[in-house]
Design a protein around this ligand. Structure first.
Ligand SMILES: Cc1ncc(COP(=O)(O)O)c(C=O)c1O
Length: 397
């Protein structure tokens, strides 16, 4: 079978990419328009675009440092490992909180023991696009006087009780990198309602270097390749060439620079389609979720009442590594690729002063070792959904 369903994809036509070249031909600044539209879409006062979500976190933390001399930033022990980089670059200290086997996010039952008088900020993260209740960090934040930054990198457009996630705390951040619900190859957005924070963020952002010409010229090329290779026929045909680019290496640093008008001009059009794409993901994701939810061999993330998840992926945690490997192989044989996000918890990859001999975060370790992601993007067809369901039925018998 040549056709293979990739782990991630955002349908984007060559025509839409070509439209981005309007930014090279006009004096118009597309970044400002994209920021305005994004803020309006989210229902927030201010939005700032960056070259990545990592940079947006870094700038937010730098802004906080101008308001407070506290030094610790709390993230879950199971997450995107490179989240430690913006914290360290801002001269701050990452502190880890145990993860939850119910949500695969930070377990807030442990948070009161992690925060202290030196806590500057807590980052609740909506892994895989599933909103969950962040009342506990918000309450602790007002009691202990720290900030909250909702990391909604994987959850643009997801809502909780009718409100978009990313607007519930002091600020929210979003990623526009490959693999997200809408992508301009790279990019990040930071939103806030606070005029005070916005003034500092704007100042810090304006000091960042602009993208150089080589980078500006490579972006359209990467976007074109990404758009083409994530189409199932091409993905199957060119898989051997694509595979080496799929494995995430652990970065030791990142570039903090500005976003580009080329990407912003594409982002403006993509944002208009975000709700439609999210709806498609939700329909496919829920069809899988409903079919797999009774399976004894796996854990699925809890879907919070009154929330609309946006299914960046469907994550599954297996009870046994052997079953996980079997499912991955069987799905691949049927033309469906799966992902292994963050195979180790953060403190196993970066030395943050935690004793690696004593396992302090067993849930995070278990999630890292036994989680796969199943695609839910618009290229996942009904036939493939049936095949996925069938493989899991065989696992359960
Ligand atoms: C939850 C989360 N936070 C932050 C990031 C960093 O995003 P970026 O790659 O745009 O810097 C990612 C990217 O994968 C992410 O998934």
């Amino acid at each position: 079978m040549i056709k293979k369903i990739p782990t991630t994809a955002v349908p984007l036509s060559i025509f839409e990419i070509a439209k981005g070249f309007r930014s090279f031909l006009s004096q118009k600044r597309y970044i400002g328009e994209f920021e305005k539209n994004f803020a309006r879409y989210m229902g927030s006062e201010h939005a700032f675009a960056f070259n990545s979500c990592t940079t947006s976190i870094y700038i937010f933390l730098k802004a906080l440092k101008r308001l407070s001399n506290k030094l610790e930033v709390v993230i879950p022990a199971y997450t995107v490992p490179t989240l430690v980089l913006p914290i360290l670059k801002a001269g701050l200290k990452p502190r880890l909180c145990e993860s939850s086997l119910d949500t695969f996010n930070m377990d807030f039952d442990y948070l009161a023991d992690v925060v202290n008088d030196n806590t500057l900020c807590v980052l609740p993260i909506y892994h895989f696009g599933f909103p969950y209740n962040i009342d506990i960090p918000l309450r602790l934040a007002s009691e202990k006087n720290f900030f909250t930054l909702e990391d909604a990198a994987q959850a643009p457009g997801a809502t909780l009780n009718g409100q978009k996630v990313g607007t519930l705390g002091d600020a929210g951040c979003f990623s526009l990198c490959r693999g997200k619900n809408f992508s301009t190859v790279s990019g990040g957005m930071l939103i806030t309602d606070s005029d005070e924070l916005a003034t500092i963020i704007r100042e810090e952002r304006d000091r960042l270097p602009r993208q150089n010409l080589t980078f500006k010229l490579t972006i359209p090329l990467i976007l074109t390749v990404y758009s083409l290779v994530t189409r199932p026929f091409n993905y199957g045909l060119f898989y051997r060439l694509i595979a080496p680019f799929k494995h995430n290496t652990i970065h030791e640093s990142f570039d903090a620079i500005q976003y580009s008008d080329f990407q912003a001009s594409i982002g403006i059009d993509l944002l208009k389609k975000l709700d439609k794409f999210n709806e498609i993901r939700r329909t496919k994701g829920m069809a899988l979720y409903e079919a797999l939810k009774g399976n004894e061999q796996i854990l699925l993330p809890k879907i919070t009442e009154n929330s609309t998840p946006v299914f960046n992926h469907l994550p599954l945690v297996f009870k046994e590594v052997k079953s996980m490997e079997w499912v991955q192989q069987e799905l691949w044989k049927r033309g469906i690729d799966t992902g292994r996000m963050y195979r180790k918890p953060v403190h196993h990859l970066y030395d943050l002063g935690y004793d690696r001999e004593k396992e302090l975060f067993p849930n995070a370790l278990s999630i890292a070792e036994k989680l796969i992601t199943v695609p839910t993007h618009p290229y996942l067809d009904d036939e493939s959904i049936e095949k996925i369901i069938d493989v899991f039925k065989r696992l359960d018998t």
